[in-house]
Design a protein around this ligand. Structure first.
Ligand code: HEC
Length: 120
């Protein structure tokens, strides 16, 4: 049977894990109905949070900007946005050198694309 000290240590460890996840993936706790996914409300905040430290600003990594609807559409249309986010073979896994986006967050981006990838 687990004693109180090791239980406490376990709680500390898991508490720490959840703190980090909440910081890294603030959207993941809130998987709202996917039909309501919009560019400004869902997609851009996720890109800003996970991608645009590299793909934003005046000189984005690899010349790939992901900070406006027009810019993002190029990578929606050529398949590399979802290919990279899904870690699909043939694409560079994104976010680079970081954890995969949560399944819920990936679904939000996919739902926005499935609904026509509108500038909404
Ligand atoms: C740490 C910096 C960094 C982060 C964070 C990052 N990228 Fe990238 N991204 C790069 C670099 C550098 C490349 C050029 C290819 C390579 O080096 O892997 C790239 C390439 C890409 C490509 C082209 C991939 C291909 O195979 O054609 C896409 C699309 C992309 N990134 C999207 C994203 C998305 C979406 C996110 C967030 C989920 C993201 N990136 C996060 C640095 C980053």
């Amino acid at each position: 049977m687990m004693n109180k000290i090791s239980l406490f240590a376990l709680l500390l460890l898991t508490g720490c894990y959840y703190d980090n996840e909440a910081t890294l993936y603030p959207e993941s706790a809130n998987c709202t109905p996917l039909t309501t996914s919009t560019f400004s409300g869902n997609v851009l905040p996720l890109l800003n949070n996970r991608c645009n430290n590299c793909h934003g600003g005046n000189s984005p990594s690899a010349g790939i900007a992901l900070n406006t609807h027009t810019a993002v559409m190029k990578y929606v249309n050529d398949g590399s946005l979802m290919g990279s986010i899904n870690f699909s073979s043939g694409y560079s896994a994104m976010p680079k050198n970081s954890g995969k986006m949560s399944a819920c967050d990936i679904q939000k981006i996919q739902a926005w694309i499935d609904a026509g990838a509108l500038n909404n």
